[in-house]
Design a protein around this ligand. Structure first.
Ligand code: PLP
Ligand code: COI
Length: 359
């Protein structure tokens, strides 16, 4: 086990300040006092593992990440159960996906024990920042940048891995169902591209279509396949699932262009365990519009670490919109899955899968 040196902040947030910050943290605006850092150099490997006060980075302007965008990240949450215990949900799956993302971006591959070790060491010093309320959690953001000082285009030989922690509430403002914009022009990822990697570039290219979504009153953008613009891939920052009128749940298959969502995988397994029919098959956007209009698809929801399970009220596109159910309230299957997933993540339900990882 790698030892992390710990440098505590000399200006810790007081308990009162923390309570005020955590009262309504929203998403990604409040940060804890510390961060985990590990460095890497070719020939030397991973070194200088430490917990330090959260602070700005000093980066050379010729640092490769600033020019060629070698950056990957993860997102997972620490939950506090009713008994006060803190746990992570499938963190080894995030560690494995981080390695896969690093490989695709030709970056150094961080061993799982360092990924998990950094998170645990950070949680040791910033444990009080894990909220107790059911709708809140401590969002963890491990990420890695290349930082060799060099302007040639090549795989960098130096990397910086950091974990930030941020107490969060819901990702979307408001509690209702979200409207989703179907991007008919811009796509997210082509076969053979980086769609399956969790790299910053995928999100940079999603921002213009996300703006188009906002301009049309929508909270998220839905991407179609890049070849035919016919089949549903996923949304800007979450996977998507539908409920058919027979109660079965259907989601697009993993084909290399969408993120292998850990929430998606958990819902598929949990749903099967609950006796639901869970199907992975391609969904043509035209068929979904028709099925929603005829009532053959009754519910739709977004799923992801930040989104948890968020009901989708309607899909909008240039030619018009279609609502799922009444377009406002979360459907019964969506809520059943959401309650089961949240209960498991918070340690309130039995965990037959061994997913809950006490820390
Ligand atoms: N798809 C995209 C593009 C995402 O950014 C995310 C969020 O991490 C997901 C799907 C869901 O993945 P996970 O459930 O592992 O958070
Ligand atoms: C996550 O859910 O962890 C993400 O990275 C998605 C983003 C919309 C915050």
């Amino acid at each position: 086990m790698v030892e992390f040196t710990v440098e505590q902040t000399t200006t810790p947030t007081s308990a009162e300040q923390r309570a005020a910050l955590m009262a309504d943290p929203k998403f990604g605006r409040v940060f804890t006092d510390h961060m985990a850092v590990i460095r890497y150099k070719d020939g030397q490997g991973w070194y200088d593992a430490k917990i330090i006060p959260r602070q700005p980075l000093q980066i050379d302007p010729a640092s490769t990440v600033l020019h060629y965008g070698q950056e990957i990240f993860e997102g997972l949450k620490a939950y506090r159960g009713k008994d006060g215990a803190v746990s992570l949900f499938r963190p080894e799956a995030n560690a494995a996906r981080f390695v896969a993302s690093a490989r695709r971006l030709s970056m150094a591959e961080l061993p799982e024990e360092l990924f998990l070790g950094a998170i645990k060491a950070l949680l040791k010093v910033d444990r009080d920042w894990v909220p107790a309320e059911a709708e809140k959690s401590l969002y963890l953001r491990p990420f890695m940048i290349s930082n060799e000082v060099f302007l040639g285009v090549k795989r960098a030989n130096e990397y910086l891995f950091i974990v930030l922690a941020s107490p969060v509430g819901g990702y979307f403002s408001g509690n209702g169902s979200i409207p989703v914009w179907v991007s008919e022009h811009y796509t997210r990822a082509a076969i053979g591209g980086t769609g399956e990697a969790k790299c910053g570039g995928n999100y940079a290219s999603s921002l213009l279509p996300q703006q188009e979504a906002s301009d049309n009153g929508c909270s998220q953008v839905l991407f179609l396949d890049a070849k035919e613009r016919r089949f549903i891939d996923e949304m800007g920052g979450m996977n998507v699932m539908f409920v058919r009128k027979d109660g079965s749940v259907v989601t697009p298959p993993l084909g290399g262009t969408i993120l292998r969502g850990i929430t998606r995988d958990s819902i598929l397994k949990l749903g099967r365990h609950m006796g639901l029919t869970m199907v992975e098959e391609p969904l043509a956007i035209e068929d979904v519009f028709k099925a929603a209009a005829t009532g053959d698809i009754t519910e739709a929801f977004a799923c992801g670490t930040a989104a948890v399970i968020s009901p989708i009220g309607e899909f909008r596109r240039k030619a018009g919109s279609v609502a799922f159910g009444d377009g406002k309230t979360a459907g019964p299957v969506t809520m059943k899955l959401r309650n089961a997933l949240c209960g498991l993540q918070r340690g309130e339900e039995a965990d037959p899968f061994g997913w809950v990882h006490p820390v």
